[in-house]
Design a protein around this ligand. Structure first.
Ligand SMILES: Nc1ncnc2c1ncn2[C@@H]1O[C@H](COP(=O)(O)OP(=O)(O)OP(=O)(O)O)[C@@H](O)[C@H]1O
Ligand SMILES: [Mg+2]
Length: 340
């Protein structure tokens, strides 16, 4: 079968938006992945229009960690997304075994850096999950569907529970996607790039723990846990993890976006520091500064009230971000208190 200049070779899989095929671009002589939009989506004119606009924008992303979007085709009332074909396995397929943390770090760094590139262009994924992350070998990854992921269906769509082409139901595919959505997305509040940081936090947790932090028996129960329950501390499940890594992931999983990393770049920096071994194994509060609710100090760095004392004592001087301010303050105080 051919679609425009693409010859379909085999079926790669299917998801909430439709089916994906491996195809050959007969003019450029290269393999591509063709995503055929499910009828219920392509028949929705507003959705289709927005999808095409977003695909155009996402096609401007040029990063080796993000699968490229080449084109959107409209052929015989069908809509196809033409994407870079990625060889490898999805993180979901690899997750039969949890990762050790040293194997995890390069993958996590690649994910964080892919987010940095996309967020710099104000492109948010909105559906980061293990099915959308391909492992290409030697710690390399490619994130699929960047910028064209489906939004959370409306309440009406969930309750309608309409069967899809693949025989699954909206609720079925929804529960897979819902489980990675940030609380603010679930309650349909305004969300930004920090929603992707929450989703990546869920993926990181699952990758290390071998189980999802919030998944429960039903859509409602999972939603309730994402909104209201903290994840079990990762080191309860894997005591060998560095404290710092556990803290990074729990910061990603903060319910309030203001308590998460403000940008993926800070996450990437912290992961790099951990990989270089620049991070003390048993200390808290070394993480990059964030503007958290209610605890921001005059120099702009985070103070965790319950840990303020130990923070002062345990920061190694060259790494503690407030040290220079403290030294300046101390010198000034000494100068002023000198007699005469
Ligand atoms: N560009 C690609 N290259 C190689 N394989 C792909 C590509 N895109 C998708 N696939 C394969 O097809 C499967 C289905 O992808 P699809 O995006 O339709 O589903 P999903 O990611 O499970 O759900 P969603 O619709 O929410 O993204 C993926 O899990 C992957 O195995
Ligand atoms: Mg996908």
């Amino acid at each position: 079968m051919t679609v425009g200049r693409f010859r379909i070779r085999s079926r790669l899989g299917s998801g909430g938006m439709g089916e994906v095929y491996l195809a050959e671009d007969t003019s450029l002589k290269r393999s591509v992945a063709l995503k055929r939009m499910a009828p219920r989506l392509r028949n929705d004119e507003r959705y289709r229009h927005r999808f095409i606009k977003e695909a155009e924008r996402a096609s401007s992303l040029n990063d080796h960690r993000i699968a490229g979007i080449y084109d959107v085709l409209e052929v015989r009332d069908e809509t196809f997304l033409v994407m870079e074909y990625v060889e490898g396995v999805t993180l979901r397929q690899r997750l039969k075994e949890p990762f050790g943390w040293k194997e995890f770090l390069p993958v996590a760094i690649e994910c964080a850096e892919a987010l940095v590139t996309a967020h710099e262009k104000s492109i948010i994924h909105r559906d980061i999950k293990p099915e959308n992350i391909m492992l290409t070998g030697k710690g390399g990854i490619k994130i699929l569907d960047f910028g064209v992921a489906r939004r959370l269906p409306t309440h009406r769509q969930i309750t309608a529970n309409a069967p899809t082409e693949s025989g699954s139901t909206d609720t079925g595919s929804l529960s897979g996607t819902l489980a990675y959505m940030a609380p603010e997305v679930l309650v349909e509040k305004e969300s930004d790039e920090r929603a992707d940081l929450f989703s990546v936090g869920v993926v990181f947790y699952e990758t290390l723990a071998g189980r999802h932090p919030f998944l429960a028996g039903s859509v409602i129960a999972t939603t309730d846990r994402i909104l209201n329950s903290p994840a079990e501390p990762l080191r309860h499940i894997k005591p060998e993890l560095p404290v710092a890594l556990e803290q990074m992931i729990s910061r990603l999983l903060a319910k309030d976006p203001a308590d998460r990393y403000p940008h993926a770049a800070e996450l990437a920096a912290d992961l790099h520091a951990l990989e270089r071994g620049d991070v003390p194994k048993r200390r808290c509060c070394w993480l990059s500064p964030s503007p958290p609710s209610g605890s921001i100090s005059r120099d702009g760095w985070r103070r965790e009230p319950h840990r303020r004392k130990s923070t002062w004592r345990s920061y190694p001087s060259r790494r503690w971000p407030g040290m220079q301010t403290a030294r300046r303050f101390q010198a000034d105080w000494r100068r002023r208190s000198r007699p005469g």
